[in-house]
Design a protein around this ligand. Sequence first.
Ligand code: FES
Length: 161
Amino acid sequence: MSETKHSSLPGVPLSREAANGITRRDFLNEITQGALGIAGLGSVAVTYQFFSPNVLFGNPDLYPVHSVTFLQDQQVYIVRMLEGFYAVSAVCTHLGCITQWKPDADMIACPCHGSKFKADGTKMEGPAPRPLPHFAISLTADGELLVDKLQNIKPGQVLKV
Ligand code: FES
């Protein structure tokens, strides 16, 4: 701003930026607005991914038989047993903490108040009022695992691959 004031004074030369029609302040404003725009688009993309009910989890061969895979960004466990696949919510049914798979103890544990669940979501102990819900899981036409986090299904239903 001081540069533009100087430019109106007789005998005071314009700064190089002012002489080119853009001031340092204008330049920094443009950079700031661009950075905020990029950050905003990134936030929208992450939010959409988080709340999107249908999530692709890749090729079934990525998951070994007898494995529990925690997908933190989707808060879902993909469980592969000999019989097939199922998807279990990682959100504790007590107060919504994110549970953790404990492979050494072969169970899912909640760090907040101590609820414990089997890999199939069945409650073993603790204050959680319900088992961990199962989500609908299917294969796309391309052969990728697809989980619908808006559609709960009864435990025991597996996707045979
Ligand atoms: S939130 Fe999991 S036991 Fe309380």
